[in-house]
Design a protein around this ligand. Structure first.
Ligand SMILES: Cc1cc2nc3c(=O)[nH]c(=O)nc-3n(C[C@H](O)[C@H](O)[C@H](O)COP(=O)(O)OP(=O)(O)OC[C@H]3O[C@@H](n4cnc5c(N)ncnc54)[C@H](O)[C@@H]3O)c2cc1C
Length: 478
């Protein structure tokens, strides 16, 4: 009864549903598919692909201790996956393939095609819930549809958590050696240039590192999360998103670590813990939205009537935003953080996303795509959800007339300009007032651009664009 665990975004041995099930059922091998063509089509960032490869190296060692060989095969696009996996199953006499579920239209289509091919060969295919706390389709509104409003979704999640907590799985014991050797993990995949060592050093690979970060956050910083989380100059958030996105860490592990820091309470006690669990539930919410409203993973707005917005074609302005040359220091500092580290603070993600989609009135899809091409934690559901929220085209979206003003956000969330000074050294000499808006001061630095737009005019332009929309209600679920 040989088992194959096909690893995707679940690069860990601890608390891994499919791995635990496979090893309980019989001798197990592991597989990872290299799919550079598909990754390119999905705009996966080179630093994220590098993070996968580095984690695969760690994972191969951890699996080796369980005597599970990790095999690599190439399926450039996912339409090759049924053939490649089918052949492997024949060669190795696999009886069952197990996966942890992934969400998204292409992922579901791929898995259905693989399951069909395997069924024709008499090989079983089992998908396990692992990336989420609750099965999509199991958290529904009274009318039986997927939620469109986060607070209502969260209420049902709380009720479910009060009923029973998703349990952590025990790490499987080592199996008898199979006499098969795993494949070498490449250091790079063509088409994805390895990132700078300085970026790599920020995101060490492996479960041990992920667990260390989780422990240190839960023991030292989670209680202050509520106060600190909006200040980008402080390490106020967990910085675990890359580990969660690659599945080096599970949401169950995060939930349990948070609960342990709060005597088992998730909706009372430490406000930091409650607020952090709410963020884990945002992650959960957007993945449920992806399943319930598949149009969002096909480049379409959640609110269809917003498709009529008169987005501007302004490639030079898009480039200035991408390169951190807008003349608004906090926006530019944020974009430079993204380019240098593959990560951006959440408050700044909202700010730069609103700046592009509202102040510049450039289609949110251009920003979503650019983010995906840079982010080490790039995740279709969270990225799409965050962009559509910011652009007021999505579920729960911020009302269209609410625009973050980059100058007042800067004064409020980076009051001493510490974050700006770190990323824009050319402004380091300015005082705490001028740093937010150098063009306004007496000594505007010559090597820093003037603001690329007038905030009053850009605000009026986007409000007029939204007011000009035909008012149609959002479509319901499928
Ligand atoms: C425009 C935009 C794009 C975004 N793109 C992504 C993305 O590609 N990948 C991604 O993981 N997150 C994305 N987010 C959500 C959020 O910004 C990041 O998850 C967060 O900044 C990661 O830092 P952290 O691990 O320190 O988070 P923490 O504040 O410590 O939160 C803990 C975890 O909860 C999850 N989480 C937190 N906030 C959100 C949220 N708003 N939506 C969904 N999940 C959340 C993440 O997994 C995060 O690691 C985006 C937000 C916006 C506004």
């Amino acid at each position: 009864m040989r088992q194959l665990i096909w690893l995707r975004s679940d690069l860990r041995v601890q608390d891994n549903s499919a791995l635990a099930a496979a090893m309980a059922a019989g001798p197990t091998l592991a597989l990872f598919l290299l799919s550079p063509g598909q990754w390119q089509a999905h705009d996966d960032a080179p630093c994220k692909v590098d993070f996968w490869l580095r984690n695969l190296g760690e994972l191969a060692r951890a699996l080796g201790q369980l005597n599970v060989p990790l095999l690599l095969r190439r399926a450039d696009r996912w339409d090759a996956a049924p053939r490649v996996i089918g052949e492997l199953c024949r060669q190795l006499r696999i009886t069952t393939v197990r996966v942890n579920e992934e969400y998204g239209v292409n992922e579901s289509h791929r898995d259905r095609a693989v399951a069909q091919t395997l069924a024709c060969q008499g090989v079983g295919f089992h998908a396990h819930l692992d990336q989420l706390l609750f099965q999509p389709g199991s958290v529904l509104s009274h009318s039986g549809g997927y939620f469109q409003v986060y607070s209502q979704f969260r209420k049902v999640c709380y009720r479910r958590l009060h009923g029973s907590l998703p349990a952590l799985l025990q790490q499987p014991a080592a199996q008898a050696p199979l006499g098969l050797v795993g494949d070498a993990i490449p250091r790079a995949v063509s088409g994805f240039a390895p990132p700078a060592e300085s970026l790599r050093a920020l995101w060490p690979a492996g479960e041990q590192e992920a667990q260390r970060r989780l422990r240190s956050f839960a023991e030292q910083r989670i209680d202050a999360y509520q106060q600190d989380r909006d200040f980008p100059a402080q390490p106020g958030t967990s910085q675990l998103s890359a580990y969660l996105a690659a599945g080096v860490l599970s949401p169950r592990q995060c939930l349990h670590a948070a609960l342990q820091a709060n005597r088992g309470e998730f909706d009372s006690g430490s406000s930091g813990v409650v607020s952090w669990i709410n963020e884990l539930l945002w992650r959960e919410f957007y993945k449920h939205v992806l399943v319930g409203y598949p149009r969002v993973s096909m480049h379409r707005a959640f609110r269809p009537h917003t498709e009529a917005l008169p987005w501007r074609h302004a490639p030079d302005e898009l480039a200035a935003w991408q390169q951190g040359r807008t003349g608004f220091p906090l926006i530019d500092a944020a974009m430079r953080q993204l380019l240098a580290t593959g990560w951006m603070h959440n408050r700044l993600r909202m700010l730069v996303a609103m700046f592009l989609s509202k102040h510049l009135l450039i289609d949110w899809r251009a920003g979503e795509r650019f983010f995906m091409r840079q982010l080490i934690d790039g995740d279709l559901a969270a990225n799409n959800g965050g962009w559509q929220w910011s652009a007021s085209t999505g579920t729960d979206a911020v009302p269209y007339f609410r625009l973050f003003n980059p100058l007042s956000q800067s004064r409020r969330f980076d009051p001493e300009g510490r974050f700006i000074r770190h990323w824009l050294p050319e402004l380091a000499g300015l005082d705490d007032k001028a740093i937010h808006n150098p063009a306004d001061g007496l000594f505007a630095p010559a090597d820093y651009p003037r603001p690329m737009l007038d905030l009053g005019q850009s605000r009026a332009r986007v409000l007029a664009a939204f007011r000009g929309l035909p008012c149609t209600a959002p479509e319901g679920g499928p």
